[in-house]
Design a protein around this ligand. Structure first.
Ligand code: X2W
Length: 281
C-alpha cells in the first residue's frame, strides 16, 4: 500500500484526543492581510476552517486586509499613514477601508470557505450591532476601539453551523463608521465569546526570546517582562497587547503563529507539536 495513505490514517488516529478536546469549542481565527497570500494559500486556509467546523468546532474568522487597503488607496490616489500601527483614517480613507474590507476581502474569504464545502456568512461590526466602537484618539480620525459587543448573531450562526467571517469595521453610537485594527477586533470578538482559543495568524513564527528562538509557551507575566526588556518590540506589540487583553477578557489561550505555514490552524489544534507561541494566564 502507498505509504502516504498509511501516514494519513495514522495522523487521523493520533488526532482523536484533540478532536475530542475541541468538539464544541469556540475558536476565533484572526486572518491578517499579510497571511492571506495567493489563491492556493487562501484555499488551504479555507479547508482548515471548514474541517474544524466539520469536526464540531465553532470557528469565527476575523480578518484584516491592510496591504489590500494600501493598494486601493494608491490606485485612488488617497494618502494615508500609520501611527503606532494604526492607520490615520479621515473620511475619504474610511470610505476606501470599508469598501475594501467589507467588500473585496470579506467576500473573497466567504467564497473560499463556501468553495471548500462550508457555509460562511460575511459580516462587519455594524451587522446586528456586533461591535460598537468609540473613537480611539482624535488624532487618528475614524479609528475605533470596541466598547460594546453583541454576540447574538454569532451564537445564532454557530447554532446553524454557519461560519461567520467578520471585517474589522465598527459602528459608532452616532452613526459613524470606524476603522478597527484587525487584531483588536479579533481580540474583542474572542473576549465577548469567551473563546477557548484565539489564533492570531501572522507572517512571523511566534514570539521570540533574546536569542531569536520562538518561545512555544508563555504566561501573561512573561509577555509583560519581555516587553519591558524590549525583546518584544515593533509589530509584535499590537499582537501581544491583543493577547493580554483577550486573556484578561476571559479567552482561555491565545496562539500567535505563522499563517503562511501550510495547515497552520490544524497543526496548532490537532497535533501534539502545536505551532507558534501559546499564551495563557
Ligand atoms: C487596519 C484594518 C485592517 C487590518 C487598516 O486600516 O489597515 C487600522 O489600522 P491587517 O492585515 O490585519 O493588518 N485598521 C486602524 O488590521 O489589516
Amino acid at each position: 500500500m502507498n505509504r502516504d495513505w498509511i501516514a494519513t490514517a495514522r495522523t487521523l488516529n493520533e488526532a482523536l484526543p484533540y478532536l475530542q478536546r475541541y468538539e464544541g469549542a469556540t475558536v476565533v481565527i484572526k486572518f491578517g492581510g499579510n497571511a492571506m497570500g495567493d489563491d492556493e494559500a487562501m484555499n488551504s486556509f479555507a479547508r482548515d476552517i471548514v474541517l474544524m467546523r466539520q469536526v464540531g468546532v465553532n470557528p469565527v474568522v476575523v480578518h484584516g486586509g491592510g496591504p489590500m487597503i494600501n493598494d486601493m488607496l494608491k490606485r485612488l490616489d488617497v494618502h494615508s499613514h500609520f501611527v503606532n500601527g494604526k492607520r490615520v483614517t479621515d473620511e475619504a480613507t474610511m470610505e476606501v477601508v470599508e469598501m475594501v474590507l467589507a467588500g473585496r476581502v470579506n467576500k473573497r474569504i466567504v467564497q473560499a470557505l463556501n468553495d471548500a464545502g462550508g457555509k460562511a456568512v460575511g459580516l462587519t461590526g455594524k451587522d446586528a450591532k456586533l461591535m460598537i466602537c468609540e473613537q480611539t484618539n482624535a488624532d487618528l480620525g475614524f479609528v475605533g476601539t470596541p466598547v460594546e459587543m453583541d454576540t447574538t448573531v454569532l451564537r445564532k450562526l454557530a447554532e446553524a453551523e454557519i461560519i461567520p467571517v467578520i471585517a474589522p469595521i465598527g459602528m459608532g453610537r452616532n452613526g459613524e463608521t470606524f476603522n478597527v485594527n484587525g487584531d483588536t477586533a479579533a481580540g474583542a470578538v474572542a473576549a465577548a465569546l469567551k473563546a477557548d482559543r484565539l489564533l492570531l495568524l501572522t507572517d512571523v513564527e511566534g514570539v521570540k526570546d533574546a536569542s531569536g528562538s520562538v518561545v512555544t509557551e508563555l504566561t501573561s507575566q512573561q509577555i509583560i517582562d519581555l516587553t519591558a526588556e524590549g525583546i518584544i518590540a515593533g509589530g509584535m506589540i499590537p499582537k501581544t497587547e491583543t493577547a493580554l487583553h483577550a486573556i484578561d477578557g476571559g479567552v482561555r489561550a491565545v496562539v500567535i503563529l505563522d499563517g503562511r505555514a501550510p495547515n497552520a490552524c490544524l497543526l496548532e489544534l490537532y497535533t501534539e507539536h502545536g505551532a507558534g507561541s501559546i499564551i495563557r494566564k
